[in-house]
Design a protein around this ligand. Sequence first.
Ligand SMILES: [Zn+2]
Length: 240
Amino acid sequence: MRTVFIIFTCLFLILITPLVLCSANESDKYNSTDADDIWQSGTVFWGHGESIALTFDDGPHPYYTDKILEILKKYNVRATFFVIGKNVGYYPDVFLRILNAGHEIGNHTMSHSHLSGHTFDYVMNQIQGADDVINSLAEYKTRFLRPPGGIFDKNVQSAAKNNDILIALWTIDTKDWQHRSADNIVDGVLRCVRGGDIILMHDYLSGDCHTVEALDILIPELQKRGFSFVTLSEMYLSGG
Ligand SMILES: [Zn+2]
């Protein structure tokens, strides 16, 4: 009886794994092609089109970010890095290496604070604080905000609109922060990937991390399957 229960549990976990990793590529797609208005919608961007956007949160980090930059260069891929303002302050050289390699920079707040439930002013400070650190190093306008945990409310949406920045979530969560093996990360993505996906990974994790190893398998496999990679701005502006 116990064996039957274990087998049943394993089958159930195998079946729900794709549901855990792949979120619905739900709408809220922004279809305007009006250039003057294009960054002003205050909506949430869920991805669209045929290409894939790799995104890396929580850096820059003096070890992992550089390793990821090496892999991206090896396969001639450009990605989007959602940096934390404080980490940019700690590791300005790493930040500049991301920028100089032609990748897109996104805003992941000043201190990785969850933004929901706070005042409008607090959220503004978190967004502008990160942008200020970035601008102390390079003239750069971030186009996307990724609220930590993907959690946001009306105040966050209003603050994003005030900063001409779009909220960008993801459609595939690799859950690399759970210290999954490289094979597990790769299998999870390949099981559900499709054009228009925004893939969430991290370039700053404490403890065991297999993101770099996974990328070295995942990128060539996706290229072999005919996918190309774009930054979030490129994906957004490509229509859908
Ligand atoms: Zn984060």
